[in-house]
Design a protein around this ligand. Sequence first.
Ligand code: ADP
Length: 592
Amino acid sequence: MIRFPKATRHLLLGYLALHLVAVGIFLMILIHITRNQMILDEQSRMKSIATILASYVDQQDEGMYQPDLPDQLILLGDKMGVRLTIIDTTGAVVADSITGVRDIGPHGTREEILRAQSQGSGFSERYSDTIGQPMMYYATAYHPANANHSGGFLRIAISAASINSAIRSIRNLIWMFAILTSGITGMLMVYFSARNMEPLNQFSLAARRIGLGRYERSSMLKDRRDEWGELAEAFEQMQDEIALREDNLSENSQRLEAVLSSMIEGVIALDGNGIVMLANEAACRMLSLSLKELLGHKLLEMIRIPELQNSIARTQLQRKFSKSEFLTPSDPPRRLKARVTVLAKQSQRGIAIVLHDVTELRQLETMRQDFVANVSHELKTPLSSIKAYAETLKMGALYDQKKNLHFVEQIESQAEQLERQIHDLLELAKVESGKAAFQFTDVDINDVCDACFHQFVPHAEKNLVRLEWNHCAEQPLVRADRAALETIVKNLVVNAIHYTPAGGIVSIETKIELHAAIIQVSDTGIGIAADQQSRVFERFYRVDRARSRDKGGTGLGLSIVKHLTQAFDGTVHLESQLGTGSRFQVRIPLAE
Ligand code: ADP
């Protein structure tokens, strides 16, 4: 069965209706004109007959009322193919060619007679009860030459049935023609519709494919050379263009996504209603919210940070840049800095928020301030002592033979402390300046520890501490700076000797464990309380400040150890028990 497109169906039905209405109207007009023309023809025929008859009756003169007049009229009517009626001035029928009798009733009130009375002649048309068919009448008044006679009316009637039947035939013919042409046109339309349905189906399928995001070329209607073929070609060009644009769009959006996701800064875009249109991973992380929680929701309903809310409101109202800094309600809280700007080309008052996590920056700033304060304080202490001893000497102690040497020794000792502090600070600065400050070679940690052991045996003995050294059998090679490794071991050994009372043992040990070389420095000293253990690696942190200073400590030794180890991708681990001793373990990956 043929499936017509809706438009064709409507067109077809519309055409058929219009065609039939047009034919109907045409027919009505045609029938009206034809009938009128036929009636006019008939009328003029009747007029001619009437004129002939009138002259005939005039010629008859006296014979007008002869008894055989009806017979003569029948004869004449037959010959002329019409009905003839003679009516006197009273309206009584004198003779009639059809009935041949005079008793068909008065005819004075007939329309045509009334007209003939007033105008001399008259036409009318009506159904004749006498004959039993529609008739046309023409009556004319006649005035005989015989003055004794008052005259009357001559009426000619002809059947309208022949006109009606002719009209009927024309009507039937035209209707048949109309139906035939409608049928042919309809069939032609059906044919062309069916022919055009196929391309439509193809277009519909292609459009659906595009809707699903599939842009492969189907080469539809490629062999059609008509408008459909041209349309198909234009359609495929459009399809290619859409595909290209979509590719560009998706490439751009991928690029944007890649840029946004690789950004350290959090980026959030809001529309005019404050609804999140876009947010990157960093923004989600900073606000401790998932992308799902952010996208499509009002930002201010998701996070309650007054500083940010004010900043957004300010930018929305004044259409200019604003910034704010605030702590997030997360645990632990993060310090974020927000820069809020209006979104360019966004007519709906959209805004963009760029978030910077300044937690570490602010911590570093605080650390730097603390560090400067600590350094000043640490350097000030020996300097004040030196100044005080020098002033005392100047005030007269210089000549005090008993004390002057002691004061000079104190100045010397404080100067050495100052020197150590400056040395350690420089060491720390070197570590922080990065790996470039080191000379990386494959270093055998057995060698480093062995040298350190021999260097500190006298120092240990002086402190009445026994220094032991156990090296591993293999050769633990690490990729590091030799001098830096020596500093690590030296700092650990010096601390161990200093914080171990007389009679204690300090041991240095090397081993290899899971692709890492381990330097272990243990002592049987005073140990470190559990709550202090993580803090001893901080700069200038000392468990017992006075004791450290007595021993010539700077508070930087373990901080240097930690930073140097990290520079060689290693870790430092501390195990300690108050009053029992401590064990520091430095773990550095083996050289490849
Ligand atoms: P210091 O110059 O004061 O020794 P360090 O950074 O080397 O500074 O050490 C920090 C603090 O850690 C020391 O002041 C001390 O209190 C503690 N400490 C370090 N090593 C040991 C150890 N082997 N035994 C006990 N306490 C130690």
